[in-house]
Design a protein around this ligand. Structure first.
Ligand code: SF4
Length: 146
């Protein structure tokens, strides 16, 4: 992989190459959980849920068909340097959001810990996830912002 040493400290998001951009993802899987908006205007409210995209492996937090995800789930959107500002619903622990807001990465980020399972060990992933195909009433699965 073409990663400069500690690139997340020295490069802006725009300066990162493709490999560095991809490596920023800590693999928590939180962005693959459904959200929904109720109300309009000032009454608009965003709800986070523990309802996962059907493609998400609930144990690992990884997509079970990463290469075909856009074909299999039409709601799946690639996070890019261009659309990141619109992704203000990303979890507060997300590396992209943290760097965009000028904050440092957490020590448990695999780029810092050097271990792929440090996200799991730090208890960052959403617990008791359920697949969308198994849910009827979304309100039953609303959780606090993560
Ligand atoms: S929330 Fe951010 S860090 Fe976590 S899987 Fe999604 S893009 Fe990666």
């Amino acid at each position: 992989m073409n990663l400069s040493p500690e690139f997340w400290k020295h490069k802006s998001l725009l300066e990162m190459n493709e490999a560095e951009w991809e490596a920023l993802c800590d693999g928590c899987g939180k962005c693959c959980y459904r959200k929904f908006i109720e109300g309009r205007g000032r009454r608009e409210k965003l709800y986070y849920t523990r309802i996962a995209c059907d493609l998400l492996d609930l144990q690992s937090g990884r997509c079970s068909d990463y290469n075909n995800r856009f074909k299999l789930d039409t709601e799946c959107t690639k996070l890019t340097k261009k659309n990141l500002p619109q992704f203000n619903w990303l979890p507060s622990t997300c590396a992209y959001r943290l760097l965009y807001e000028g904050k440092p990465l957490f020590d448990w980020h695999p780029l810092i810990s050097g271990k792929a399972d440090s996200v799991k060990l730090a208890d960052i992933q959403i617990k008791n996830g359920i697949h969308e195909r198994d849910v009827i009433d979304w309100f039953e699965f609303v959780i606090d912002e993560h």
